[in-house]
Design a protein around this ligand. Structure first.
Ligand code: FAD
Length: 380
């Protein structure tokens, strides 16, 4: 494992100013409690405004509607969006992983059909991997797509699918041959139209009362042949490649950034020594994580596979952002509280306290990531 020090090229400064100016106009007086949702906030109109600036699929080839720009430029856009608490959730998955997956494994017809619409903020994607009894042990999935004339018939259930009730397309992992004991063999990735017959989407309420993830049930759902992504039976390797994209971005340590900003606002000026030391420590962690994340973006830019480094950033980033609500509570004697009458700080704190437990689950649990890191280091 190696994190090479990368500087953001000077030309990204102009882009950063451009993104900031756009966000100042587009977000206006969006309250901090809404900004706290950051990449969980789903706002199609906002995504279309981002698309109009060319900031979705910005590293993809121009012939598919992409911007042909660098991974480091994309990093700057993501960073500014997350720091501002912009509601980027609608296009996040398509931009981060579904599009890159189609670029790598999809057919030319799939690329021409889907990528321009992702870049345009017109088509939103979700991730269909987990099932009722399969999360960490993803190879044990049971949802099955069986061959039929002209396509596949899918049956089974996907669980915890973020945004399935609002998205258009799921890239789902199905068992297409062999039994569940076949493990890694016989799995395939298939594009599923979530509005098609035989597909039922039900939202699940989380412990904070929000409905963002779903159960998706397939009952004899017909999926045409041309929706298979990559080779039949090669789904396991493709999913592993997709997870590297999923874990590689700055959202893995910036989910609670709006809380850090609110904390600094409510602390006295100048803060006491204890607060100055504690906030300084968080900012130092943040600066280090940022450097590691830029390094990952640099590796992507160089065409390398930073799966191991990305897993480390997600793990260390998760520890950082899960600890932040506790740090804030230890410095300010204000209880977290949601809803009317609560201050901005209370609402953002309440949001982060309630959502932080999920940070070490979504995108692969802490234990699984540490297993990957240990294997990468040759320790197991
Ligand atoms: C907010 C949120 C959004 C999500 N969005 C999506 C989505 O869009 N699409 C999707 O497909 N999934 C999604 N998920 C599901 C997520 O990927 C799974 O929850 C996760 O992979 C864990 O699987 P599980 O819930 O089945 O837990 P389990 O796999 O049952 O794990 C339970 C516990 O056992 C530990 N454990 C399991 N196996 C091992 C092992 N071998 N060694 C050590 N410890 C182990 C785990 O670390 C964990 O602590 C989301 C989850 C959350 C919380």
């Amino acid at each position: 494992m190696r994190f090479e020090l990368r500087e953001l090229p000077p030309e990204t400064e102009a882009l950063r100013r451009e993104v900031r100016a756009f966000l100042a106009g587009a977000l206006g007086a969006l309250p901090p409690a809404r900004r706290a949702f950051t990449w969980s906030g789903f706002d199609p109109a906002f995504s279309r405004a981002v698309a109009a600036r060319g900031w979705i699929g910005m590293t993809w080839p121009e012939r598919y509607g992409g911007g042909g720009r660098s991974a480091l430029e994309r990093y700057v856009v993501l960073e500014e969006m997350l720091v501002a608490g912009a509601p980027v959730g609608a296009h996040w998955v398509g931009d981060r992983q579904s599009g890159p997956l189609l670029l790598r494994f999809g057919t030319e017809e799939q690329r021409r059909r889907f990528l321009p619409r992702i870049c345009g903020g017109e088509l939103f994607f979700c991730i269909g991997m987990s099932e009722p009894d399969s999360g960490s042990d993803l190879a044990s999935i049971r949802a099955r797509a069986a061959r039929t004339r002209g396509g596949w018939i899918a049956n089974g259930t996907k669980l915890w699918t973020t945004g399935a009730h609002l998205c258009d397309v799921m890239i789902a992992l199905f068992r297409t041959s062999g039994g569940a004991d076949g493990r890694h063999a016989g799995l395939s990735q298939i594009l599923v139209d979530l509005h098609g017959p035989g597909v039922t989407v039900r939202t699940i309420r989380d412990l904070a009362g929000h409905e963002h993830f779903c159960e998706v049930v397939f009952e004899d759902a017909f999926i045409p042949d041309d929706m298979l992504v990559g080779a039949e039976g090669a789904g396991w390797d493709q999913v592993m490649a997709e997870l590297a994209y999923e874990r590689s971005g700055p959202e893995r340590y910036l989910s609670c950034y709006p809380l850090l900003a609110e904390l600094v606002r409510v602390l006295p000026d100048p803060p006491g020594e204890r607060a100055a030391v504690a906030v300084g420590r968080q900012v130092a962690h943040l600066a280090t994580l940022r450097q590691m994340s830029i390094s990952v973006a640099g590796m992507l830019e160089a065409g390398r596979n930073p799966a191991l480094e990305a897993a480390l950033v997600k793990d260390v980033g998760g520890v950082f952002e899960q600890a932040l609500p506790g740090v804030a509570q230890s410095l300010v004697d204000i209880e977290p509280r949601a809803g009317a009458g609560a201050s901005d700080f209370q609402q953002v704190l309440a949001h982060c306290v309630q959502h932080a437990p999920s940070f070490s689950l979504r995108g692969g649990t802490r234990e699984i990531l540490r297993g990957i890191i240990a294997r990468g280091l040759g320790l197991r």
